[in-house]
Design a protein around this ligand. Sequence first.
Ligand code: SF4
Length: 641
Amino acid sequence: MTMNLTQKIIAAHLVSGEMTQGAEIGLRIDQTLTQDATGTMAYLQFEAMGVDRVRTDLSVSYVDHNTLQMGFRNPDDHRFLRTVAQKYGIVYSPAGTGICHQLHLENFAVPGSTLVGSDSHTPTAGGIGALAMGAGGLSVALAMAGEPYFITMPRVVKVRLEGRLKGWATAKDVILHLLGLLTVKGGVGKVFEYAGPGVETLSVPERATITNMGAELGATTSVFPSDERTRDFLKAMGRADVWKPLAADDGAQYDEEVVIDLSALQPLAAQPHMPDRVVPVASLDGLKVDQVAIGSCTNSSYADLKGAVSLLAGNRVCAGTDTLVSPGSKQVLKMLAREGLVEPLLDSGARLLECSCGPCIGMGGSPVSGGVSARTFNRNFEGRSGTKDGQVYLVSPLTAAMAALRGCFTDPATWGEAPAVADLPAEVPSIADLFAYPPQDGAGTEVVYGPNIVALERFEPLPEQLQAGVLIRLGDDITTDHIMPAGAEITSLRSNVPAIARHVFGRVDEDFVTRADALENGVIVAGENYGQGSSREHAALAPRHLGVRAVIAKSLARIHRANLVNFGILPLILEDKADYAQLEQGCTVTLDTTLLAPGAVVQVTVDGGAAVAVRNDLTAKELDIIRAGGLLNYVRLSKTA
Ligand code: SF4
């Protein structure tokens, strides 16, 4: 039987289920990664499972989100992450070493492997041919404990690339083009598998830019074949031994196909406040830009930054355009330094930030009030920049550098030739010594908890008769940023659920927490695509702490839906979307949960009167997890059964 690449990697890791589209499958996971904002909780959950050492081939704990040590919380968290890594056999990447996905691509990702990471941009490693998926921290903790990772067998979309990028068009414009075409909902339940003659024209970092932002399509993941370009990249990284060729079989079948002619692409920008609001940069010509931010896991490779620096070098950025540059890793920074590119960058007036997520996660670098920020990042949700009325445009590093120099968006046609930049320098410096590798036996290591790290509470099982108040009714496309805002002050509370829960919906509705406090059980009502965006499991965990027992929505985003299940919250879908109008804030709903069965339509009574039909897309196991009060309870129960 011929197989596409996705099917091949799945078949090689399948531990349960049938590879028929829509069926639940369990996959053996080779590697895991965490970042600090989600990692502390993932390791608390891992510890709660009572396993003495990680059971993956490799697990890495990165510190890249809250690298600035404001107050005691972040350094305490870093110490916890370092010591827990030593004890349980996890590689630790200290603050400032780089962004998890960039570092993982360069140092650890393996073609044909499976990777789950507690970060939604884990698919970045698809650029090297790994099946890499973003997941909640609890799913990652389970994978570290040797448990399979469960997904729905995806539809596989062949993205056939033809031609070659030319002029000012870059890999960023490939994925922005796809987002404009398919929208932020276009990838749900799908894997985007790249193929065709255009693949070999793209370097591994360019491929990784594309797979990184596949997350914005809502895709399960995206993957490129592993070919000669992959081998060259791994060789340059000193890891030629892990290379192997991987591609779809000739004549392999796909569920859908999209064709992109790379040579027809032009520079694009995603307008505020959604990554799929894509227009040609030329159409924004002359729009004033107050800030430029270059970096993030999408666009901070050597070639990305060298391209930008080659424009900035010998010039000065516009006085009114604050220009920030964050290299993706110390490896990237060392490559730039060796080539003498740091000095011209500094002389241009740009600010060189630490190798970390930085402004992408609101860790400094917020734009001025109402200001336009041109960012090479992957998300431009309202308020994510830290400035509520900031207007964030997502662009390539070349477009960003042009905006920095002119102080406004510029039609690239008015510039001369685009710079030609090699993928990598002839010699790539290593940073392998900067990681802390765990000892063979970490049993004697003491895990150090700071006062901000609070043990996990045990949630109650789902009651048979659920009576709950509608705490809030929301519109479409609510993101995990809306539910559980980020930013330095809030994310520093991530290991302290009672404290961080005080901020749930804080930027949407200041009284939400007070209403939740007043009720034993609550329900959230939402429109389409509820919970899109990051894998932030606190967006499920913190509402659960506040007593939220169900979400009733028109539709739900994939990772958030999984997180709701993991923390014992019922994800319910309105059978008739018009019934949304009946579920007003303040009403009380009742549900006989004993009637719930996989795919069943059940009635929810509103204020003891009218009934609203809701269905679920839960498996029997997911229902058992919710009935148990969440995955941790379920795992504990199955161990004692
Ligand atoms: Fe970091 Fe931004 Fe990438 Fe998330 S999207 S991992 S915050 S750089």
